[in-house]
Design a protein around this ligand. Structure first.
Ligand SMILES: [Ca+2]
Length: 125
């Protein structure tokens, strides 16, 4: 009695052997993107200091969205990453802090922002 090998197993082993002898094609690309930083001014030095101190409390990498696309074929592997820059987080912070949207952050706005930043939604990313 002879034992027959599974054709799918034979094909898989053949492809692995082919990949090992010819080498797989693998590419990795990373694209860095960033949005334009929001234009904002501060009513006083203290308003700016309070705002930036609160902004600095955001965990490392906050707001740095990363998209990753991987395509794996049998012998071809493509890995593409898109990483967003820090301006996105800054702009979000400005949008939250400048409550009357006049382009100027006052001490009161900065204090209110500082007491609530980073917001829960920002901690979860
Ligand atoms: Ca304002």
């Amino acid at each position: 009695m002879t034992k027959q090998l599974n054709p799918a197993l034979i094909l898989s082993l053949g492809l692995i052997a082919l990949g090992a002898t010819t080498g797989c094609i693998s590419t990795t690309e990373t694209t860095y993107t960033d949005v334009e930083r929001a234009r904002i001014s501060f009513a006083t030095d203290k308003a700016g200091r309070v705002f930036y101190e609160a902004l600095a409390r955001a965990p490392e990498g906050r707001g740095r969205t990363e998209k990753r696309t991987e395509v794996n074929l049998i012998l071809v592997e493509v890995d593409h990453r898109t990483v967003a820059g820090p301006n996105k987080l800054f702009n979000e912070a400005v949008a939250i802090c400048d409550t009357d949207k006049d382009g100027v952050i006052t001490e009161i706005e900065a204090e209110i922002f500082s007491s609530s930043w980073p917001h829960r939604s920002h901690r979860d990313d």
